[in-house]
Design a protein around this ligand. Structure first.
Ligand code: NAD
Length: 474
């Protein structure tokens, strides 16, 4: 078992002085595959200091230098695709084909696209007698989750570096190995020392030192709403800038006249993607009562087609959940859903047939779910779809918005115009119309308790900049 005992600061791998080791577990074999040593407060202070010192020169670097570095990092990551894929698969359990397509290709694209956005980025504008400029916010503490580990990291690190900020990353303790590979990619790409630093540990052990360090100007966090609240409270003490990408409970609305088959399949696919561990997953399917029976049957038929098993197998479509804790949590939600009156149409709390190991949860469809049920309110983070009936379009909009979250959504109509009219009334950061594709240049982020701030494209770069205006004499 590989033991990682170092953290990355000032362009060097330094021996960690932290006491604890955190095991990384393969969720399919249930075996520990590596361990990572937690960073001590002293280690974190070293990393923060490195980022602080590096900011002085990196913030003054030319846009050309930044573009060049981002492109080089993308090239190094491309060379390491296979190793990255195997590493993320072993920490997370997502099937290899999907891991390569989503978990590896997306972060590489983020580095490439951020470089491209920089080519035309507007840094300065004239407003009356003022010259308005954009300056890097400073030292960034980036804290990331395990579900799309490298993608979430890239969505912060690429635009932060692009803007002229420097970064201390604290990756999820559940999936830290890909972050080590990213730090190595920075080294191979010849990044200046200190612009990107990595510390390890769980949230509680790192938060105190990292988030309260006076040199940290901005905290960019992706994770649960629970942790987001705590981070915001800590940041408030020093009025640090905060960007929060939090949970979701997104709805897909199928309007009468829509292509039921296409809409149902797409919603099941979204809900089960990465075994349901996706913040923007469409986990509530809202169907007109006259279409309900047909859609329920289609959803069950499609969900049955998902093959579960070893993520290394070509034919596996659904891997295990990331951990025992997640598996138990999701099974608990299914039980609660049934106890509150939902009808179990497929799946449930038992281990999927033919599997004896791995943190699996069967693809589950719950019917007759009521908007007030826990399963319709809480983020489940497993392959569990709730079917909810509505009586008319206003009722559907009301149900879709009846949640504390506001991350994503989808509307299916007889025409895109019909669907768009409804989408305008959905209070979320993204809405997909009639199954349109994900766009890596569009702003990604939430309304309400799904957080604030936007990632990706030019919008992601703007999050790491401060506006400054110079009033010029006539
Ligand atoms: P989590 O909140 O438990 O942990 C996320 C990260 O925060 C980890 O690195 C963890 O160590 C750290 N952390 C935890 N508590 C902390 C604290 N009090 N202070 C500082 N750091 C702390 O979330 P998770 O289980 O890793 O990820 C799943 C959650 O992330 C889900 O709620 C999901 O919806 C959300 N998510 C949101 C987006 C988005 O873009 N909106 C994307 C992916 C995941």
């Amino acid at each position: 078992m590989k033991q990682h005992t170092k953290f990355y600061a000032n362009g060097q791998w330094l021996p960690s002085t932290g006491k604890d080791h955190i095991d990384v577990t393969n969720p399919y074999t249930e075996e520990a595959i590596a361990s990572v040593q937690s960073s001590s407060p002293k280690d974190i202070t070293t990393a923060v200091h490195a980022a602080h010192v590096a900011f002085k020169s990196w913030s003054q670097s030319s846009v050309h230098t930044r573009i060049d570095l981002l492109k080089k990092i993308a090239l190094v990551l491309k060379d390491q695709q296979e190793e990255l894929g195997q590493t993320i698969l072993s920490e997370l359990g997502m099937p290899l084909k999907m891991t390569l397509r989503v978990q590896v290709a997306a972060p590489i694209a983020t580095f490439e696209l951020t470089a491209k956005e920089l080519e035309n980025f507007i840094w300065e504008e004239q407003v009356g007698n003022s010259k308005v400029v954009r300056e890097p916010s400073g030292v960034v503490a980036a804290i990331t989750p395990w579900n799309y580990p490298l993608h979430q990291i890239a969505a912060k690190v690429a635009p932060a570096i692009a803007s002229g900020c420097t970064v201390i990353l604290k990756p999820s303790e559940v999936t830290p190995l890909n972050a080590i590979l990213l730090a190595k990619a920075f080294e191979l790409a010849g990044a200046p020392a200190g612009i990107f630093n990595v510390v390890f540990g769980d949230g509680a052990s790192v938060a105190d030192t990292l988030l309260t360090a006076p040199e940290v100007d901005l905290i960019s966090f992706t994770g649960s709403t629970r942790a987001g609240k705590s981070i915001m409270a800590v940041a408030a003490q020093q009025i640090k800038r905060v960007r929060l990408e939090l949970g979701g409970k997104s709805a897909a609305i199928i309007l009468p006249g829509a292509d039921l088959q296409k809409a149902t399949k797409a919603t099941v696919n979204s809900c089960f993607m990465n075994s349901g561990q996706t913040c923007s997953a469409l986990t509530r399917l809202l169907v007109h009562e006259k279409d309900y029976e047909a859609v329920a049957e289609m959803a069950v038929t499609h969900a049955k087609s998902f093959t579960l098993g070893d993520p290394m197998n070509e034919t596996t479509r659904l891997g295990p959940l990331v951990s025992k804790v997640q598996q138990e949590r999701v099974k608990g939600f299914i039980g609660q859903g049934i106890a509150e009156g939902a009808k179990l149409l497929l799946g449930g709390q038992t281990m999927p047939e033919g599997l004896t190991k791995g943190f699996f949860v069967s693809p589950t469809i719950l019917g007759d779910v009521l908007p007030r049920n826990t399963i319709a309110k809480e983020e489940v983070f497993g392959p569990v779809l709730s079917l909810i009936k509505y009586s008319d379009v206003n009722h559907a909009i009301e149900i879709a918005n009846d949640t504390n979250y506001g991350l994503a959504g989808a509307v299916w109509g007889a025409s895109s115009d019909d669907a768009f009219l409804v989408a305008q009334k959905i209070r979320t950061g993204q809405v997909d119309i009639n199954g349109a594709n994900f766009n890596m240049l569009a702003p990604f982020g939430g309304f309400k308790q799904s957080g604030f701030g936007r990632e990706l494209g030019k919008f992601g770069i703007e999050e790491f900049l401060e506006l400054k205006s110079y009033q010029m004499p006539a």
